[in-house]
Design a binder for this molecule. Structure first.
Ligand SMILES: [Zn+2]
Length: 233
């Protein structure tokens, strides 16, 4: 596993029970646990006890359980009857290979189709979602990393939406690919290089060039695979 840049607890503004009570309490708790899962502060396959989260965040059981339920739906948390919650285990090398084979079969083709069907409104949406990823504000590295993972999922999902095949889009969405792959390695390289690759995809969309879009998407997914393969060393 690659060396990780875990910030100290003091830097993490959601750690240490400083979650403010608000109407979006469940949302805040969800985001905090999500960030810990994505950055491996909560290790894959480890037990998650509701009581310890209650103490850590200084909130009641209800928002914790709601947040965990949502994370269960996203494949990041598993619930076992009478035993409780644990973090989903790390993706296996075999599953990783299968996932990238699936992506390489579907996403470059989807990008080519999306490029043909591209218009200014769609392009603006893609640029916006890519732009959110590029922002580096906020001190909490963990939160930034987890936001990047989610935003990358949205970006790729949008491309598939614009490729106009709901079955392909759903097939990819059900894998929760980005949540699993980003959990392999908590490292800035994972995000920095992806930004340039997204730029290349956007340029191809802006030019409405299907061949260039297909190639840029293929290159991005291949590079993503190669970056994360290091996690299995
Ligand atoms: Zn991406």
């Amino acid at each position: 596993m690659q060396a990780m840049n875990l910030p100290s607890l003091d830097e993490a503004n959601l750690a240490g029970g400083r979650i403010q009570r608000s109407s979006s309490l469940v949302e805040d708790v969800y985001e905090a646990i999500f960030a810990q899962l994505m950055s491996l502060k909560i290790a894959p396959a480890s037990r998650i006890t509701v009581d310890s989260l209650v103490k850590e965040f200084n909130v009641s059981h209800t928002p914790i359980r709601e947040a965990l339920g949502r994370l269960e739906g996203e494949g990041l948390v598993l619930k076992t009857h009478l035993i409780g919650y644990r973090a989903a285990p790390q993706i296996t090398k075999r599953r990783f290979d299968e996932l990238y084979e699936l992506r390489l079969l579907l996403e470059p083709h989807g990008a080519a189709k999306a490029a043909v069907l591209m218009d200014e409104v769609k392009l603006a949406q893609l640029q916006t979602s890519a732009g959110v990823m590029a922002r580096r504000e906020g001190k909490d590295e963990r939160l930034r990393y987890s936001n990047f993972a989610r935003q990358d999922a949205i970006f790729h999902d949008k491309v598939m939406e614009f490729a106009n095949n709901e079955l392909v889009r759903e097939t990819l969405a059900h894998q929760h690919t980005h949540f699993h792959i980003f959990r392999l390695m908590f490292h800035s390289r994972v995000t920095e290089e992806a930004l340039d690759e997204h730029e290349a995809i956007l340029a191809a969309f802006a030019a409405a060039d299907p061949a260039a879009a297909e190639q840029a998407m293929r290159r991005h997914i291949e590079h993503s695979r190669d970056r994360l393969l290091l996690a299995f060393d």
